[in-house]
Design a protein around this ligand. Sequence first.
Ligand SMILES: [Zn+2]
Ligand SMILES: [Zn+2]
Length: 113
Amino acid sequence: METITEEEESGKKDEASDEDEVVLYIEHKFCSACHLEMPLRCKHCKDCDQCVATHDHHCPWVNNCIGELNVRQFYIYLFMQAAQLIQGLSIVGRVLLHRKESTDATSVGKETQ
Ligand SMILES: [Zn+2]
Ligand SMILES: [Zn+2]
C-alpha cells in the first residue's frame, strides 16, 4: 500500500477540492468508531465492531466478517459445505434406493407364494 506524507496529502487536498469533492471523500474515508482512516473497500462492521479490510460480508454462519485475511478460508469452507451436502444427498439417495429395492423384492416374493 502506498504511503502518503502529510505534505503530499495536503497538496492533494488542495488540488482535489478544486476538481471534485466526491473523489476527495472516497479517498479520505474515516471511521468514527475506530478513529482510523479507511482504505478503499474497507468497511466498519457493526456486528464485529471493527473495520475490515476488503470487506465482503458479515457471515452469520461463521459469526465473523469475511474480508482480506480470511476470504481464502471462507471459500474452502464453502467448498467443504458443498462436498458434505453432496455426500449427504448421495447417502440419502442410496438408502431410498435400497429401501425401494427391498420392498420390491418382498412384494415379488409375496406374489410367488
Ligand atoms: Zn471502524
Ligand atoms: Zn462482522
